[in-house]
Design a protein around this ligand. Sequence first.
Ligand SMILES: CC(C)(COP(=O)(O)OP(=O)(O)OC[C@H]1O[C@@H](n2cnc3c(N)ncnc32)[C@H](O)[C@@H]1OP(=O)(O)O)[C@@H](O)C(=O)NCCC(=O)NCCS
Length: 167
Amino acid sequence: MPINSPLRIRNAIPADIGTLRDLFRRSSLTNDDDRENLLANPDALELSGTSVQEGRTRVAVTTDGRIVGFVTPLVVRDAFELEDLFVDPDWMRQGVGRALVRDVVGAARRRGLARIEVVANRHALGFYEKAGFAVEREVETRFGPAPRMHLAVSRAEPTPVLRKRGR
Ligand SMILES: CC(C)(COP(=O)(O)OP(=O)(O)OC[C@H]1O[C@@H](n2cnc3c(N)ncnc32)[C@H](O)[C@@H]1OP(=O)(O)O)[C@@H](O)C(=O)NCCC(=O)NCCS
């Protein structure tokens, strides 16, 4: 169900890091098949604050100021690589992930980047497909094979089609 109130998406600041670390851990542990591996490798549950310090992380915030998700894009050649995309478990399936991807697409367009790329968690495959991503190939990750996906970014914001009068 979509969130009733609008989300604001802004740059993360160092004061957000504690909240983001907690959200990252709780969100990561929602993927059932990953839980055992993650708990056995606690470093994989720790978010480094580097991308926040570098000004690359974007957070989705509710009108009452609660951070409900974040995304971290990194410029790699002519694309944005998604390093992180995590939604607070209490706010999943309410359009937060979609809003964060939309924000990255807008930023890519403004920078003239051609694509968004991601190595998707298997559990998030359906989410990325709904957002328009396509699978390129399987790649090997620390915790097994995962789909590498991409979304082509059109150069211009889609413009509404104007109908000619009288036709
Ligand atoms: C994957 C994730 C980012 C999705 O965020 P979200 O806010 O729950 O997704 P949204 O509500 O914006 O969903 C957008 C659409 O995708 C669908 N969707 C969301 N998660 C899905 C999933 N796991 N499988 C299939 N479809 C999914 C929604 O139903 C919605 O469909 P609709 O357009 O028909 O309404 C979130 O579940 C998450 O943080 N997961 C844990 C961390 C993770 O795996 N991150 C990805 C790392 S690569």
